[in-house]
Design a protein. Sequence first.
Length: 217
Amino acid sequence: MYHYIDDKDFLKRMKAHCADIINQLVQAINSDSVMTVEAHLVGSGARNLITQNAKEPIDLDYNICIIECFEVRFNDGKAIKEYIRKEFNKILAKNKWGDCDDSTSALTTKQRSFQKGNKTKFSIDLAIVRENYRGWERLIHNKTGWIAFDQWYWNEAPNSRGLAEKVEDIKDEDLWLEVRKLYLEKKNMYLCRRDNNHPSFNVYIETINEIYYKYFR
């Protein structure tokens, strides 16, 4: 079952280490002429909701948001993901971290751990996103087993419009403990159901919306 990690020193070190990697990636991309981006720690990691299933490895979710495209088109998902993947691998190599894996909805690093202190393994999940008037869209790589038939498309994150504003309203009313409780309940509910279609960021959105509509609608 999932539980919150209470080793604050480990969390601080892990978040600082991963943030440094992602910042290097953003600087490398923005110094190029292909696109401009910004990146954010999202969901559980950004709001001190990092959970662990027993003693299994944990991951930090980052969104790299495309602001402008110059040498690639916004709708050319394959070119966008391949460019970011190659740049990410360059940064990982400089930091003695193996190449990332191209999963359906993210670029995922290999697991690593600190030599001293807490030995919990961790990794980075980097989703490629863009924002429109409806909310957030995530770049999906639909793999068929034959690269020639693969598809890349933008998939809208459900009910993500106005998420930041909802979070601020909830925090202003001192309701964050309810968010923590409900978020953990949902993580364990999907775990018991063996439901792998609810990544942490989607569970986070679902939790925020449920708390928001309970108190503000």
